[in-house]
Ligand binder design. Sequence first.
Ligand code: GDP
Length: 299
Amino acid sequence: MFENLSERLSGVFDRLTKQGALSEDDVKTALREVRVALLEADVSLPVARDFVKAVQEKATGQAVTKSVTPGQQVVKIVHDELKSVLAGGDEADLGTLKIDNPPAPILMVGLQGSGKTTTTGKLAKRLTEKEGKRVLMASLDIYRPAAMQQLQVLGTQIGVDTLPIVAGESAVQIAKRAKQQATLGGYDVYMLDTAGRLQIDEVLMKEVEDVRDAVNPRETLLVVDGLTGQVAVEVAEEFDGKIGISGVVLTRMDGDGRGGAALSMRAVTGKPIKFVGLGEKMDALETFDPDRIAGRILG
Ligand code: GDP
């Protein structure tokens, strides 16, 4: 399948060093390889271009051309740059949620099938078990009764309360009821699992906007399937533009995707990827680790 980028770069530099001294052009040739590898890892073209430019500046600034192991040195520069873009400057943001001023509303948004309901359960479990929070979950998916039941079942399984289902309410009405119950019941957090669609549509966006305005969420987390590459980036741009997200959860990172979507999404939205989903089980959620994803993109 993919040739590992580190090996590919070392190969290029080995060929070059046999010719004698390395020039800046040689470094450029190698960086072309970096760009191809990024594209293969599903990074979007403009992001890959900007990234390579940044690396080029760093590589020429450092004595890569004089190094005896230029390949390794470029790989290190690429790795460090990947890590820094992925972390986005504030690693303290990763794996943390703003949940002061109880009850803190957390709005979960994303396309259907992205793993939204599963992630709602995983986060609720984490907040309950690791942070000792009292969490209430509510499904706003008025179009799919099965989705509402799915959340109830998850709640029972992980021991987290869910808002009782009342037929005929609008998403905003359910959100308001969740807020009321969370306030009266002394919950720290209430999580609103919004309805997803197979594609972004105006009606869905309007509904999510109305819910957002009704509860003023402390966190609006976009759940995206990490295997969907470019689509994930478009989804993130769209949701961030319309709703305004505070962070991203990338699911299916247990799959064999290369993680390029993470880089594009971070670069395009500027919003932190806070968690990654690593499976279907309720404890398969981890804090996003820029170092690990950088390694994965590098191959
Ligand atoms: P929703 O429509 O966005 O609410 O999606 P669901 O939460 O119902 O998830 C859709 C499917 O993806 C389910 O079968 C989940 O078990 C599965 N899923 C969710 N997150 C992950 C993950 O991180 N890894 C894997 N392998 N499967 C996941």
